[in-house]
Design a protein around this ligand. Sequence first.
Ligand code: AMP
Ligand code: ZN
Length: 511
Amino acid sequence: MNIISFSCPIMTKQKFGLTVKKEEDFSEWYVQVIIKGEMIDYYEIKGCYVMRPQGQFIWKCIQKWFTEKIEEAGVQECYFPMLIPKSMLEKEKSHIENFSPEVAWITKCGNEVLGDPVAIRPTSETIIYPSFSKWIRSHRDLPLKINQWCSVLRWELHGTLPFIRGKEFLWQEGHTAFLTKEESDEEVLAILDLYSRIYEELLAVPVIKGRKTESEKFGGADYTTSIEAFIPGSGRGVQAATSHFLGQNFSRMFDIKVDTDEGSENSSFVYQNSWGITTRSIGIAVMIHSDNLGLVLPPRVAMTQVVIIPCGITSSSSKDDAERLKMYIGKIQAQLKSSGIRVYVDDRNNVTVGFKFNHWEIRGVPLRLEVGFKDMEGAEACLVRRDTRAKRQISVEGIDQTVANEIDTMHNDMLARAISERDSRISYAKNFEDFISALDNKNIIMAPWCGIDECESTIKSRSTKLGPNGSVISTGAKTLCIPYDSKPCSGLECVSCGKQAIHYTLFGRSY
Ligand code: AMP
Ligand code: ZN
């Protein structure tokens, strides 16, 4: 028989806190932050995670915001099956080449070995486009714009990391078809803009918009655009979302075409886009904002935005006093709630106030209201920010507006800090020595580059750090994107091969 022992939470407080510092062991710190902050839990299969309510809430906020925006643009919601017949998956050559190492196949059901194994979607182009071929007949069926929210499965071979690189992860995938390339091009950028707004307006994370190089583009796309974020703690870049122009690559393979002149033999293949953002976005926000006390949640998307903690009630407080304080707090709670602020009162009487502070700090709740007898007498409360831990007395008069303003101020401050940190860590490199030293100082790098595939792989191998026994200590730098707002580099030489540079390109170690 198992003996379960319950220990007093105060006695075991140490265990609840983080045991490593962000600046000392970033990877271990990150995992502790999301586990102890109750964002995610482990699961039996490596690379698969349990999404807890705190994490799922943020995803819901992203879903809600994005759905509203794409609906305005005429995108409709659908749901397609998760299984792909082999023949479909293999239709577009570069697509399957790109994905095949990560595709999981169902080969056996019960005792029966399947003659035709089916794949579990790593992405749904090849599931959705046979339907496009049926649904699109004339130019009047265009544009066709659909989106689905689902999970996909990519059997990631390299290090998995909660949120950032999972085997199964949640995302939305948009799939659209247009008559002209111009309309298609325009949408690619409009979606990229919405993605960057998710990061900036909801998660307080700055991103850089750009185009992927040929070797980094999506398998089957003519070109891929992306937004890239920077993780100061590890000095790495991370692809934050992508929007692809598929051109006519899939429409030719899946026979998706329209008659251009009614009644004529002429027909043309449609132009297509696909675009996706995943739960990686949550991991990026956690990595950027959290600190050595635990999670720091972006206040606009936090499940609990304000926690109210009654203070000063002791065993010697009179019942009446305690009751009056409770009512005072109840009024504050109702006022905040009526303004749509997500508020929780921690009125547990079996733990200390200090324990409650730690409890909510490690869970990243953006604002804390400490309310004691003195505050009540002065018709005030003490407001404490999770990010700066700054404290100030505020009046109960208009407290909902004060708190709402603080949520916005906190959001803006977090974004501003992330921008200034990132900008101070983007190095301009003229030569390869600069490049390597910037990389080793945990920077990402803007460098003039020739645009040649082989040069990109050379840069990767030249910047890979090997240990004495030949093991890889740090992976090499790769191109993150060619930023849309990068300055011209005419007349400059490529940072690695010395040939003529064609654009300033963003490089970095990355996730
Ligand atoms: P893709 O369909 O390959 O363009 O992927 C879309 C987006 O998914 C990328 O921009 C990444 O931000 C994200 N992503 C890719 N792989 C993973 C993964 N294993 N786990 C979580 N997010 C991912
Ligand atoms: Zn070069």
